[in-house]
Design a protein around this ligand. Structure first.
Ligand code: NAP
Length: 232
C-alpha cells in the first residue's frame, strides 16, 4: 500500500519508506533561527529542506529575513512577499522574568507581563494566523512554549501565563484549521546551550540535549500530528 499524497489528504511532510520519489524538500520559514533553540532546529532541517531564517537582526544572506512578530502589519506583508510555504516554525518570543512582588495591577501595555503577552504569545499567535495566507494544503505550523506552562519556577509566573495560554490556544485552534493544516507546540525544558544566567532561574532542572529538542520540531513537521504539545 502506498502512502496518501497531500492531494489525497496526507500532508506534504509525510514520508514513508515506500515513497518512490524520496523525501520531499519542504519550504520552511523558521522564525527565531538565530537563537539557542532555533540554531538546533535549523541544524536539523537545513540539509534536507529550504529553510528561510527569520529574526529581529537584519538579514545577512538571501535565505534570511528580518521580521518582528510584534509588528503585525509587517508580518502579514513579509509572509505575502515570501509566497507559498510548506511549514512555519517559531522558536522566537520574548517574555520577562521577575518576582511576583514586583507585579502590580496594570493594563497589558503597562504590565510587567506586557512583553510576554505582546511578543511571545500574540507574536506567535499572529504568526500562525498570518501563515494561513501562504501555507500549502497539508502544511504545518509549530510554535514554542516552555516548561513553565506546567512546572512553576520562582519569578516565572509571567512565562507560565504566556506558555499556558499559547498551548491552550494551539490545542483549540488546531481543531478548526482547514486544508489539512496542522498546528503543534513544542514545550522544551532547559535546552543545552542556554546562557548560564537564564539556567540559574531553573534550579534543579536537567539540561535537555539540543538534538533531542530539535527532533521534537522534526516530529511536528513530518509525523502528521496536530493539536499536540510535545513536552521535551
Ligand atoms: N532556552 C531554553 O532553555 C528554553 C526552554 C523553554 C522555552 N524556551 C523558549 O523558547 C523561545 C526561544 O528560546 P531561546 O533560548 O532560543 O531564545 P534566544 O536565544 O533569545 O533566541 C530567541 C530568538 O527569537 C528571535 N525573536 C525574539 N523576539 C522576536 C520577535 N518579536 N520577532 C522575531 N523574532 C524574535 C530572536 O531574534 P534575533 O536572533 O534576531 O535576536 C532570536 O533568534 C523563547 O520564547 C523561550 O522562552 C527556551
Amino acid at each position: 500500500m502506498t502512502a496518501p499524497t497531500a492531494a489525497q489528504g496526507g500532508h506534504p511532510g509525510a514520508q514513508r519508506p515506500d515513497d518512490a520519489a524520496g523525501p520531499k524538500r519542504l519550504r520552511i520559514l523558521l522564525v527565531g533561527a538565530g537563537g539557542v533553540i532555533g540554531r538546533w532546529v535549523h541544524g536539523a532541517l537545513r540539509d534536507r529542506h529550504e529553510v528561510i531564517s527569520a529574526g529581529l537582526e537584519p538579514a545577512q544572506e538571501p535565505q534570511q529575513l528580518q521580521l518582528d512578530l510584534t509588528d503585525t502589519a509587517a508580518l502579514v506583508q513579509a509572509l505575502h512577499a515570501l509566497g507559498p510555504l510548506d511549514a512555519v516554525i517559531s522558536t522566537a518570543g520574548r517574555a520577562r522574568f521577575g518576582p511576583l512582588a514586583l507585579a502590580q495591577p496594570a493594563g497589558i501595555d503597562a504590565s510587567v507581563y506586557g512583553l510576554g503577552l505582546h511578543d511571545k504569545l500574540m507574536g506567535q499567535v499572529n504568526l500562525a494566523l498570518a501563515a494561513r495566507a501562504v501555507l500549502r494544503p497539508g502544511g504545518s505550523i509549530t510554535l514554542t512554549s516552555g516548561t513553565t506552562s506546567t512546572e512553576p519556577v520562582i519569578g516565572g509566573a509571567g512565562l507560565s501565563l504566556v506558555n499556558g495560554a499559547l498551548e491552550s490556544w494551539a490545542r483549540a485552534a488546531a481543531t478548526e484549521l482547514p486544508q489539512g493544516w496542522r498546528l503543534n507546540v513544542v514545550s522544551p525544558s532547559l535546552v543545552e546551550g542556554t546562557p548560564e544566567a537564564a539556567c540559574a532561574a531553573f534550579p534543579g532542572f536537567e539540561l535537555v540535549s539540543g538534538h533531542r529538542v530539535a527532533l521534537a520540531y522534526v516530529r511536528c513537521l513530518m509525523s502528521g500530528i496536530t493539536g499536540q504539545v510535545l513536552r521535551i
